[in-house]
Design a protein around this ligand. Structure first.
Ligand code: ADE
Length: 425
């Protein structure tokens, strides 16, 4: 097949995959009515006209629909992958060939290529950075101070990125506004919980085809993502153990009906382990040591640091690829530990990431956050900003409407009651 001519520069696997990518992007669009409506408005109003925008996201069918909406808004958008294993190569091809959007992302790219793409993202001289994990913003601050004056602001997709932005603000190096997309209600309640919940189990199953029913699943971390993973693992019949370091979350997990214990104990009992803590070396040598033969470990947190794979690799007498995204590490004691997705986000490495219906709300937040930054250019002090309540509510209302769900409104009497303090017992 002959590739469609394109003006966009790119570094992708194969431009001839575009037709397949287009079909899949259109399929995802059916579940993304909020982004579609924003795209229609953006096409008329062009709120991002003349804005150079760099997006560092997982290159999926859902991200493609966001990128198309941003382009419709007038943005000069460039896309790179936010993870070496999460790119859908056919999607990257379609964005380049059919939409003239420059894409730098290849599934399985090595770390050097990943970092080169981050540099390319900055060579675009962005005014707005959409980041997922804060790698582009961190590189900008560390290496490209001279480009700071170009920046209107950034929008951050994920918990890990927000943690990094908070640290940057504390160190006084974040000198522009950052929109906290992650903490919008229409983002984390749905994407982090139902999105991570479903797609993580999807990734484990696609990689291994194991039956979860009757297995002991250990979920490390009971934030919104951990809650989703634990809930869906239980739904598939697993006996779920939660590990935590936060006492409040640990009580929550216990009262949600999960067993809670330290990893040192859970390590002996688990058949499948999922890390979703955002911290490093949550599963480490002393845990591997006591695991059952054939225990499976994977990660659904943003970075591949939660499982100490370096130590596991150093100990292993053999590492063998036994299925796609499934590697068996044999230890000197003869036991095997099975690592899924190289310790990278299993939902994006072995499956397709969160389903479109939740990404619809996450990416509506991203699109509106970009518009907000442009509308408020020069008016926002450096800092981390929540998505304004009205935008969150607007997204929820549009989503409800698209789902065909109607809800009540306050009566005048209720409205008066809820806004007064004078009426008590
Ligand atoms: N993060 C998690 N799932 C995703 C998806 N489907 N697209 C983009 N980013 C994601």
């Amino acid at each position: 097949m002959v590739a469609t001519p394109t003006k966009a520069k790119y570094d992708i696997k194969d431009i001839n995959l575009a037709a397949q990518g287009r079909q899949r992007i259109e399929w995802a669009a059916r579940e993304m009515p909020v982004v579609r409506q924003l795209q229609e408005r953006f096409a008329k109003e062009k709120p991002l006209e003349g804005i150079r925008l760099t997006a560092c996201c997982h290159v999926t069918t859902e991200t493609a629909n966001l990128a198309i909406a941003l382009k419709a808004a007038g943005a000069d958008a460039l896309l790179i992958a936010s993870n070496p294993l999460s790119t859908q190569d056919d999607v990257a091809a379609c964005l380049v060939a059919d939409y003239d959007i420059p894409v730098y992302a290849i599934k399985g790219e090595d770390n050097a290529t990943y970092h080169r793409h981050v540099q390319t993202a900055l060579d675009h001289r962005p005014n707005i950075i959409i980041d997922d994990g804060s790698d582009v913003v961190a590189t900008l601050i560390k290496e490209r101070q001279h480009q700071m004056e170009d920046i209107i602001g950034t929008t951050e997709e994920t918990t890990t990125g927000i943690v990094r932005l908070v640290a940057m603000l504390k160190d006084g190096v974040l000198t522009f506004p950052a929109m906290n997309v992650n903490d919008a209600d229409t983002k984390h309640f749905f994407d982090n919980r139902y999105g991570t919940g479903q797609s993580t189990l999807d990734g484990i199953i696609r990689a291994t085809n194991v039956l979860l029913a009757g297995k002991v699943a250990v979920v490390a971390g009971y934030g919104w993502c951990g809650k989703g993973v634990a809930m869906r693992a239980r739904g598939l019949g697993a006996n779920v153990i939660v590990t935590e370091i936060d006492p409040v979350r640990a009580i929550e997990a216990a009262m949600d009906g999960f067993r809670v214990m330290p990893m040192a104990e859970a390590a002996k009992q688990g058949d499948v382990f999922v890390t979703v803590t955002g911290n490093k070396h949550v599963i480490r040598p002393e845990h591997f040591e006591v695991m059952k033969d054939g225990a499976m470990v994977c990660n659904s947190g943003h970075f591949d640091i939660e499982i100490d794979l370096k130590s596991l690799g150093a100990k292993a007498t053999e590492v063998k690829e036994v299925r796609n995204f499934t590697q068996k590490y044999t230890l000197p004691n003869g036991k095997a530990i099975v690592v899924l997705g190289e310790g990278r986000l299993i939902n994006l490495a072995a499956a397709e990431g969160h389903p479109s219906a939740v990404m619809d709300m996450s990416f509506a937040n991203q699109a509106l956050a970009c518009e907000y930054l442009v509308k408020n250019k020069g008016k926002l002090e450096p800092g981390i900003y929540n998505i304004p309540k009205e935008l969150d509510q607007e997204i929820a209302s549009l989503k409800l409407k698209a789902m065909g769900i109607e809800i009540d409104t306050l009566t005048p009497e209720q409205n008066e009651y809820i806004n007064s303090w004078t009426v008590g017992t």
